[in-house]
Design a protein around this ligand. Structure first.
Ligand code: TNX
Length: 513
């Protein structure tokens, strides 16, 4: 009887317990959130912050844009649009964005975030740092929640700062044109992972994509087609400025590239006088490289470059202009070197720093220039010897247009296949013998578009590799480990699905059910 009673008692207790545990949501553990890139430190405090229709975003001076971005992001997720209120003092509840961070090791882009039960504080030394904190906060939320249902954020503390100041991706809009809306989509993908540099390849043999008012035929003729013979396109200066602003609002600087002296067939087709023989070239819609060159011995070539860089510099708030310089197989080296030397001076004259592909190290690099290592260690070493800095973009590891494996539908494989683990498992410091961290500006993953012409195809090559490149540029080498990373990556599939991203479902990633 006694035994019977105690069994009854236990069952009753169990029933109460289950009822209780079903109605009261156990707060999630902040340390279990699958953050990418991985923050420097995360600790959990076991509670839960609720975002509801009454949540207010408090901002210090200078954070209007950052606050508006967060409010817009929360609205997209939940349907709640938090009001933005300027404040000089820390509030008691809500979300507080502040520029009062005191620890110097946060640098310009680091942040500290305290998620309490009533108040979330993100503090940094600049709006960029707050923006990065916001991206981390957004990763604690679903991409899309049921409309006007409260969001639950696990409480805790995060301290975080990047390993490299330049965390880039490149988009080639020369081979295939991508519209303003498509480039904005690409920028949004970058922002999600705290990438901050969009290198946009504005010209190539197949297309000239930026309006130059003093040379209007560049976009009229040179912009009129693309690989495969499609209609191509170009950005008016107003549209381009809209992209620059859209990127700036997401902590992304655009680095425009006008590739020269090679990869210039679209310009050579637009203006006969840019050719040594004075004859305009036919437009080109194939995918060969290395056959075109500006006429390095003609004065008008330098007038042209001066005009183009003058207009482009005026549209460019960032410090760098990319002069290309790659694969100029049709330009003899004795012409290439003085050409690059002169072009660098033109860039400086317009108040910008020079960046170019590693081949430009054959010339005499001007002070503060950077080369982009893609293939040639010897060139890159020459650049280092000249005191230049390096953007690390090894084709074998960081080319987003390389196929994943032999079954991949889009992409090329001249530099090899880059499965998701290969794309993640490498170290920037090991790409060029003897290179020191201070000599590395950062890393950049490049998407060449000979084989991709729309956003579905772009997404297939970019996802899921882009988050890995973001982590390499953000997280310290000793904190990176594929076996741990792949689990975090595997948890992104619901986010990718909710964003309708057509990612490559690599078998090497343990995707969540
Ligand atoms: C090499 S990387 C190129 C591009 C091609 C790419 C294709 C570099 C500086 N030049 O012209 O589009 O390979 O993967």
């Amino acid at each position: 009887m006694k035994k019977m009673r105690s069994i009854l008692k236990i069952s009753l207790l169990m029933a109460i317990f289950f009822q209780f545990s079903c109605t009261t949501k156990t707060p999630a553990d902040l340390t279990q959130t699958a953050f990418i890139p991985k923050p420097v430190s995360v600790t959990a405090t076991g509670g839960d912050f609720e975002i509801s229709g009454t949540t207010i975003i408090y901002i210090q001076d200078g954070l209007q844009q950052t606050g508006a971005y967060l409010s817009g992001a929360i609205e997209k997720i939940s349907g709640f649009t938090p009001e933005i209120v300027a404040t000089k003092e820390a509030p008691a509840n809500g979300i507080y964005l502040s520029l009062s961070a005191s620890s110097p090791d946060l640098g310009e882009e680091g942040y500290e975030m305290t998620i309490g039960k009533k108040l979330i504080t993100i503090s940094a030394t600049s709006p960029a740092g707050c923006f990065n904190g916001i991206q981390t906060l957004l990763q604690t939320m679903p991409v899309k929640a049921p409309a006007r249902e409260k969001l639950h954020i696990p409480t805790g503390e995060i301290r975080d700062f990047p390993e490299y100041a330049y965390r880039g991706a490149m988009l080639d809009v020369g081979r295939h044109f991508f519209s303003v809306e498509e480039v904005k989509q690409f920028i949004d993908y970058m922002a999600m992972y705290k990438l901050n540099a969009l290198h946009i390849g504005l010209t190539n043999d197949q297309g000239w994509r930026i309006e130059i008012k003093s040379w209007p035929k560049l976009s009229e003729i040179g912009g009129s087609t693309e690989v495969g013979g499609g209609p191509g396109g170009f950005y008016t200066q107003e549209q381009y400025s809209e992209l620059v602003k859209y990127a700036q609002d997401r902590n992304i600087t655009i680095i425009p590239e006008i590739d020269m002296p090679g990869h210039t067939n679209a310009a050579l087709a637009s203006y006969a006088e840019l050719n040594c023989d004075g004859k305009a070239r036919d437009l080109y819609t194939g995918i060969e490289v290395g056959f075109s060159t500006l006429c390095t011995g003609k004065e008008i070539t330098y007038q042209f470059i001066d005009d183009v860089f003058g207009e482009l510099a005026a549209l460019t708030p960032g410090e760098y202009i990319h002069i290309g310089g790659d694969e100029s197989h049709a330009t003899p080296l004795e012409d290439y070197i003085p050409f690059v030397n002169r072009v660098q001076q033109i860039v400086l004259k317009h108040g910008k720093k020079v960046v170019g592909w590693d081949e430009i190290a054959n010339a005499t690099l001007v002070e503060n220039s950077a080369v982009q290592f893609w293939d040639n260690v010897k060139n890159t070493t020459m650049a280092l010897e000249q005191g230049a800095k390096v953007v690390i973009s090894p084709a074998k590891k960081a080319y987003l247009d390389m196929q994943y494996d032999s079954t991949s539908t889009f992409g090329l494989h001249w530099a090899g296949y880059i499965e998701v683990d290969t794309g993640y498992n490498w170290e920037p410091l090991e790409q060029v013998p003897g290179i020191k961290k201070e000599q590395i500006v950062g890393i950049e993953a490049a998407l060449w578009t000979e084989t991709v012409s729309n956003m579905d195809e772009v997404e297939y090559l970019v996802f899921p590799r882009l988050p890995g490149y973001a982590e390499i540029s953000w997280a310290a080498p000793n904190t990176r480990n594929w076996d741990e990373y792949k689990v975090r990556l595997g948890k992104q599939n619901k986010r990718f699905d909710a964003l309708e991203i057509d990612y490559f479902p690599s078998a090497r990633v343990p995707w969540e059910e």
